[in-house]
Design a protein. Sequence first.
Length: 613
Amino acid sequence: MSGIHSAVAGEQSTPSSGALSAALQPASTGQLLRPHVTRFAVVAILQVIGAVAGLAPLLAVVELGRVLLSPGAVARDHVWTVVILGVVGLFVRLLFTAASSGLGHILDGKVQLSLRRELAARLGRVPIGWFSRRRSGELAKVVGEDVSAVHPFIAHAPGELVSAFVVPLVSLVYLLIVDWRLTLITLIPVVLAIAHVPLLMTPSRMREQKDFDSAMGRIASSVVEFVQGISVVKAFGGSERAHRKFLTAADDFVDIFTCWVRGVSAVAAGMQLALSPPFVLVVVLIGGTMRITSGGIAPADLLPFLLLGLGLTAPVAALGHGFDDMQAAGRAVGRIREVLGTGALPEPAHPVAPQDNRVELRDVRFGYDDGHEVLRGIDLTLEPGTVTALVGPSGSGKSTLVQLLPRFFDPTGGSVHLGGVDLRDLGSKELYRRVSFVLQDVRLLRASIMDNIALAVPHADLDDVVRAARLAHIHDRILELPCGYETVIGEEVKLSGGEAQRIAIARALAADTPVLVLDEATAFADPQADRAVRQALATLRDRTVLVIAHRLETIAEANAVVMLEDGVVVERGRPADLLAQDGKFAAFWRTQRPAAAGDSETRGRVLQGDQPR
Ligand SMILES: Nc1ncnc2c1ncn2[C@@H]1O[C@H](COP(=O)(O)OP(=O)(O)OP(=O)(O)O)[C@@H](O)[C@H]1O
């Protein structure tokens, strides 16, 4: 059996590495949308035809006005032709606009789906440490809200942009032919409205908009954090403090929102006024009256300006209304691009196959973002067929060290080798075929127990899964569940911490990798479960096992102990030898559980070299 074992580590143990964050260039908006270009073009062309056809009824009214108001007999055939052309134009507009809108929305669905797929694929490849730097609320916003915010960009922008340019252009040409002077006067409202746009894009306005967005993000993540930590917060009476954090975020938001509204509202009002039909009509009527009284145009020629003049401003107004949406969509695309541009774990171009399953850490150094080195020059060899217990005070770097083996991040100095090959030269498939891990924060999927255990080996049969479950001493408990191995975790059963841990161990055993990394989470395992788990691990005779050991029994049964202190190996050797030396490890051993009943017995056993293997 082989495959990826994916019990994942908790947030506190998910660091990041500068070496890994060699960011890819974020995809440009154009690159993101390139696969959909043909559909965009179809949507836009349909919209152009619809929009231009929409001018036909207006032009028909203008022509009818001219014909009917001019002295002399009315040419009936001409009038009917104009009416029919107007009506046909109306239908063409309806048909093409509906088709464009429908296709635009289908396209929107496709783009959103592909963006979410790309995001999911990227999130599956970024270093796990990257997640710890992002609050889950912010990430959820990108995958959920931000992708949805692209809607106006995809479904409306092509149509509205096209209408906003093509319709006024055709109208302008027509009006210029009728009277260029009155055309210029008719353009006054449009020019006034457009003159407001730069005011919305000043650096301070953009800054306010950014502040507004981050204030929204802070509210979202403080709510998520508050909800996620509610049990702890309530139990320890800190709800007021946690509440305060949310309230502070909300207060900040109100301040920023007020500032933003104050800046934007005057500009928006000015634009709305300039584009309002009464203002446009007043401008055209004043200009028209001047032109008629000066003998520049006939009274009937005022009609196209009154009708098309309103049409000139309508698309600009539509753009104005959509401006916020478009800006929001643009910012959302920016955040999506940032996630899509996150550096994935670099994969070797020519993966090298390891010779065996010996693990070597050579002068390994690692520091988190703050620059402080958590591991400083670690040299360590883990021989196949041995269990190495990693011990040391809290914060000494144990979790950081074990996470180097499944390559949650790369060392910032030195290298980690498996079978003589630097992990960076090993394909990730090969790595996870050889290394599985059970770390403190066990994560099980909302799926059947069978699927959870066979996660790394999708083609495993029930016998394989049962064998792993028996080894992890969880088989009997599974049989007691309502649907046995088919019971869905999280729906039909809530497992205890110890049970979940044993399922995770069964999963690692089913993955059957030659290298196993364990964080002995003792927080919830009861002594019986603990013994069962240790027995299961004792069966892994031919594996290379590295375990962060908290239990003295585990330490006693290990082939080698490595003691870390402040990111440095301070002692290493057989547990019996180290105890006999009476150095740092012996002192550490004594401080662990000095009064525990079984300790002297265990110590005695260890000192006699009575190891199980
Ligand atoms: N994601 C992280 N970002 C920044 N610093 C971290 C991160 N995770 C751990 N550290 C820091 O690295 C140091 C080593 O932490 P690590 O969790 O490796 O120690 P540990 O020996 O496993 O501790 P414990 O036994 O309490 O789990 C600590 O100072 C810790 O604050």
